[in-house]
Ligand binder design. Structure first.
Ligand code: MOS
Length: 728
């Protein structure tokens, strides 16, 4: 049986507020946690597959040109080498998000330094790596002095613009005005598990164990790339060691392993080295942003301007969407928002954790801090005064909006002093100490999703969907949701994910996983409850399920009578998108210390409050918020991709040179989850969490650096050299 729901109106009366089981929302530990920490959860490269050949990708040592010839014979003479795969499809870069259209790149054409163009397959990994390193080939590189590497100097085009009123006029008329240029660095996803795939071809069917976020979509991508039917492909990603956007789409390891396995009729494993992950997987674009804020005496905005320059390869459609939440976060009737894209030859720019707001919000929130100083209005108060009643241009109402509550609750918990603010008021030895704050905002995304829920004759339930758990807690929350709906304790629900043999989920991306596939489980369980009610002869609305039985009625085991009862839930967001602006909101407060001699910044403590609708699991949700705050520290202080201006290669392509925050960089992170139900966001009234945690946090740290030391740094990350240079 199956149940379909298309949400076209808010679900104000949610069953989940009435069910008596009490498992949903509880801070349960991850069900797969023990397997992960004891090393028994196999990641993509670890599946025990017999007689597996090893493939290593060969990458281009130049940024633009063509590969002319490859010396296969020489390579094949090396010890253990079985094949050199140089299939044209390896270098044909599909246009992002346009499955089915012609590739945007010609075969053997190289568009960025480090682009893979061949795969060497050998009996052992060491043999493959050695041979790949010594593969001889000829190439024609373009004149590097003519290749655009620098986004500021490259050609660009405007991709998006919103205009209302007259911003320039509002700026010149304003009592208080801020016009700031702020830059952010390019970022890497830096997931702990490198990209990996093991492909097995049996002559007509292809099975690939891979590390992917979106199996429901990846299967179409792979089918498309190989010219195969989806029905002949199976993808498996049961455990994923982080994705952060880098595994939204298939990458060359997946394609290369598949092509090699099909050519050799043997299983082939391809694992990217850490350097290859940095060089070939999508980057977050660096940005240059201009913020213009015009305000009256009381700090109320009359003008709001946010423009930015981001970059990507020629013909790529993705542009870091830095304006996403700026469209509706604050008022100001005179508005100009614009996004320009420069065409440069760096690896493809794409989604990295919280695409858009991760870097757009920090810039905006630094500008807001400057306006607070300029107008003499307390920074928290300034934000409260500028929360619009509805979308400032379209007039659309918010589905639910908790920014004010987040600001107030976080300020209280942090102990924010709303008195007059001046930099350099507190010194402890060689450290200046100060505080800062920022708002958080992130659009809520949701997608269609399917899940099957089966009640077993022994009174347990099984949830199946090809949804992935990328470390976020999906296994756990789907079990809690089904348990809550069916009146079963969490340990009576088995959740199976990450296999395209199961119904198509939503994939994990854009923080839509929990609300999308959670809604599919909810819909499936509604169908099961209906059937149970009819079997028990009671009214559907009166069914109360707890601990395996209908209240004052029969047990599930009796009702099942020895047979499975299965329901597929299919959730689709309807037109509700047009009726409401749905977003998660929050606030961050930070205390930092800045060394007066070295410019080093240490984060002392940080408080975040977030409103993201219903909390499905207090522990995994908190963990998501904390993860976002850790990212915020990285954006603020250390993370930056550095490209060589001469030949365009990425200079810092490992975790020793690309600095993510480590334990010593992260203080106690205090997280407040603000009570909220968002009936228009999803039938289960939940919104996305993961990315919200990093959408602005870097500005709280930047603003605290200013308050502590008087250094108003305009470039992220705020490394010691930059802080020192900006100190008064
Ligand atoms: Mo996300 S950057 O859509 O995994």
């Amino acid at each position: 049986m199956s149940t379909h729901m298309e949400q076209d109106k808010p679900n104000r009366e949610c069953l989940l507020d009435k069910t008596p089981q009490g498992t949903l929302g509880k801070p349960l530990s991850r069900s797969e946690g023990l397997a992960k920490v004891t090393g028994t959860a196999p990641y993509a490269a670890e599946y025990p597959i017999a007689d597996c050949l090893e493939g290593v990708l060969v990458t281009a040592p130049f940024a633009k040109g063509t590969i002319d010839s490859i010396d296969k014979e020489g390579c094949l003479a090396m010890e253990g080498v079985i094949a050199v795969i140089d299939d044209e499809r390896l270098t044909s870069r599909p246009a992002q998000g346009t499955a089915g259209e012609a590739p945007v790149q010609k075969p053997r054409q190289i568009d960025y330094f480090g682009q893979p163009f061949a795969l060497v397959v050998a009996e052992t990994f060491e043999q493959a790596r050695h041979a790949a390193k010594h593969l001889e080939f000829t190439f024609t590189a373009d004149d590097l002095s003519q290749v655009p590497f620098d986004p500021e100097a490259a050609e660009s085009e405007r991709q998006e613009e919103t205009r209302q009123g007259d911003l320039a006029h509002a700026m010149s008329d304003a009592k208080h005005a801020v016009d700031a240029r702020i830059t952010t660095a390019g970022h890497a996803s830096a997931a702990m598990e490198p990209h990996a795939a093991i492909a097995q071809w049996d002559g007509s069917n292809l099975s690939v164990h891979a590390s992917l976020q979106m199996l429901n979509y990846n299967i179409s991508e792979l089918a498309d790339a190989l010219g195969m039917d989806e029905d002949n492909i199976r993808l498996v990603s049961r455990y994923v060691g982080g994705g952060f956007g880098s595994k939204l789409g298939i990458s060359q390891e997946c394609l290369a392993a598949s092509l090699a396995s099909m050519a050799l009729e043997k299983p082939v494993r391809v694992v990217l080295s850490r350097q290859q992950v940095f060089q070939t997987i999508m980057r977050r674009s660096e940005t240059t942003q201009r913020l213009r804020l015009a305000a009256g005496d009381d700090g109320a905005l009359s003008g709001f301007g946010h423009e930015g320059l981001v970059s990507n390869l020629p013909e790529e459609s993705f542009a870091e969407p830095i304006l996403q939440s700026s469209q509706f976060l604050y008022g100001g009737q005179n508005r100009l928002l614009g996004l320009d894209v420069a065409r440069v030859h760096r690896m493809t720019a794409g989604s990295v954790r919280a695409p858009g707001e991760a870097v757009g919000m920090p810039a905006l929130e630094v500008a807001m801090d400057m306006l607070a100083e300029e107008s003499g209005v307390d920074p928290v108060e300034l934000r409260l005064r500028n929360i619009p009643d509805a979308h400032p241009v379209e007039g659309t109402p918010f589905s639910s909006h908790k920014l004010a509550e987040c600001l107030q609750q976080a300020a209280d918990a942090f102990g924010w002093d709303a008195g007059p603010r001046k930099p350099r008021q507190r010194r402890e030895g060689e450290w200046w100490v100060g505080t800062g704050m920022a708002s958080a905002a992130r659009v809520h995304n949701i997608s269609k999703a399917k899940a099957r829920v089966t009640l077993k004759p022994d009174g347990t339930a099984l949830v199946e969907t090809d949804m992935t758990d990328i470390g976020t807690g999906t296994y756990t929350i789907l079990g809690q949701l089904a348990g809550e709906m069916l009146g079963l304790p969490r340990d009576k629900v088995l959740v199976e994910l990450g296999d395209t043999r199961f119904p198509r989920g939503s994939g994990s991306g854009g923080s839509w996983g929990a609300s999308s596939v959670g809604s599919a489980v909810y819909v499936a369980c509604q169908g099961l409850r209906r059937e149970l009610a009819s079997r028990a002869g009671v009214n559907e609305d009166d069914v109360s399920l707890k601990d395996g039985r209908i209240a004052n009625g029969p047990s599930l085991i009796d009702l099942l009578d020895g047979k499975d009862l299965s329901e597929e839930g299919f959730y689709e967001p309807g037109d509700i998108d047009d009726d409401f602006v749905a977003a998660g909101f929050g606030a961050y407060f930070a205390q930092v210390r800045v060394n007066r001699f070295t410019g080093e910044t240490r984060v002392d403590r940080m408080t975040g409050a977030f409103g993201f609708g219903r909390v499905l699991n207090e522990k995994t949700a908190r963990s998501q918020c904390q993860g976002g705050m850790v990212w915020s520290i990285g954006v603020a202080l250390t993370e930056a991709l550095h490209f060589d201006p001469q030949d365009g290669h990425l200079v810092n392509c490992d975790l020793a040179e690309y600095h993510v925050p480590v334990n010593r960089d992260v203080p106690e992170l205090d997280v407040i989850m603000v009570e909220e139900r968002d009936p228009a966001a999803s039938p289960i009234q939940a919104k996305g969490i993961g990315e919200l945690g990093m959408c602005g946090g870097a500005a709280a740290i930047a603003n605290a650096i200013y308050n502590a030391s008087g250094a108003r740094v305009m470039d992220f990350p705020m490394t010691p050299d930059r802080v020192l240079a900006a100190m008064p």
